[in-house]
Design a protein around this ligand. Structure first.
Ligand SMILES: NC(=O)c1ccc[n+]([C@@H]2O[C@H](COP(=O)([O-])OP(=O)(O)OC[C@H]3O[C@@H](n4cnc5c(N)ncnc54)[C@H](OP(=O)(O)O)[C@@H]3O)[C@@H](O)[C@H]2O)c1
Length: 282
């Protein structure tokens, strides 16, 4: 199994009509969809006709107002998303949310474990133990819980399912000040590779995807950190000055290519390529 971070997809859909017909009516779940990357991906998925189950600790209500766009001269309006307030470390609540999505839409085709936290930032020697424990719970246990629930669903019904665990460049590169985050994202990469070995024969295609840098609340908090706690902070401030970000739509479209493109990708760990300046999102 090839397992590196190059982006392998160049022409994922042969025609715009093929793209529309393969995407329309698909069902996706996104965790951590109340703001940031998760909310932006939800809006993009809704705009191309996917039915959505969205959760976060705060109900992701905003996305319900997204209007579908015309594709290839046609509009395929999805149903109103099913939204819920769920903490991903609460297995029973996440499982009940998954059941509700399946009951509403019949099945789930794509599950994106996006919910994540960055804090604590700074030397781990100085961190609060309860914050470190909570970090690992959200960023690792939460991802494992979503993975378990979706893998069981895919085993229970015919056809394939695609799991995308949102990772980070910090999973493969160390950053001083981010020990918990680097450790958690490295765990996400490796656990996803293990799940690929376990569940491929059962129809699950799992990926760990580093999305690039997106200008969310998380980035704002990074830029506001003192250099003594996070020595790389200037690099992130420079990205803001250059507006060198991937937009949530750009990331979302790459995930759709990965999940539903005509050439299934066997690589498990991937990194979304940088969005060229002025590039169209979709
Ligand atoms: N932004 C970047 O440049 C970047 C780069 C690499 C990787 N990532 C990854 O991308 C993902 C999204 O990041 P972001 O930048 O959008 O972060 P963000 O702006 O801080 O948003 C995080 C989202 O996760 C939700 N969340 C946090 N803890 C949760 C919990 N226990 N249960 C359920 N939902 C929870 C939050 O909603 P509530 O507060 O309502 O729960 C929010 O919707 C994360 O996994 C992050 O590590 C981001």
């Amino acid at each position: 199994m090839v397992s590196d971070e190059r982006w392998p997809l160049v022409a994922p859909f042969s025609t715009a009509a093929a793209r529309r017909s393969v995407l329309s009516g698909r069902v996706a779940v996104i965790t951590g969809a109340s703001r940031g990357l998760g909310a932006g991906m939800a809006a993009h998925f809704a705009s191309v006709g996917l039915h959505l189950g969205l959760c976060a600790r705060h109900r992701p209500d905003l996305v319900a107002k997204t209007r579908p766009r015309a594709h290839d001269g046609r509009i395929d309006p999805p149903e109103t998303p099913l939204v819920a307030s769920v903490d991903v470390v609460d297995f029973d609540a996440l499982d009940a949310f998954s059941d509700a999505v399946i009951q509403r839409f019949g099945r789930i085709d794509l599950w994106v474990n996006n919910a994540g936290v960055l804090e604590p930032i700074g030397a781990i020697a100085e961190a609060a133990p309860d914050q470190v424990a909570r970090h690992i719970e959200v960023n690792v246990t939460g991802i494992l819980f979503g993975t378990m629930i979706f893998a069981r669903h895919v085993r229970s019904r015919p056809g394939e399912g695609v799991l995308i665990n949102v990772s980070s460049g910090a999973g493969s590169r160390p950053y001083a000040g981010w020990a918990a985050y680097c450790g958690a994202k490295a765990a996400v990469d490796r656990l996803t590779e293990a799940v690929a070995l376990e569940e491929r024969a059962n129809g699950l295609r799992p990926y760990a995807v580093a999305p690039g840098v997106i200008d969310t609340d998380m980035q704002a908090r990074i830029r506001a950190t003192d250099e003594s706690a996070f020595p790389q902070v200037r690099r992130f401030r420079a990205l803001k000055e250059a507006e060198a970000f991937n937009s949530p739509s750009w990331v979302a479209e790459r995930l759709l290519e990965l999940a539903f493109g005509e050439h299934p990708v066997s690589q498990v760990r991937l990194r979304v390529p940088m969005q060229p300046p002025g590039a169209h999102d979709g």
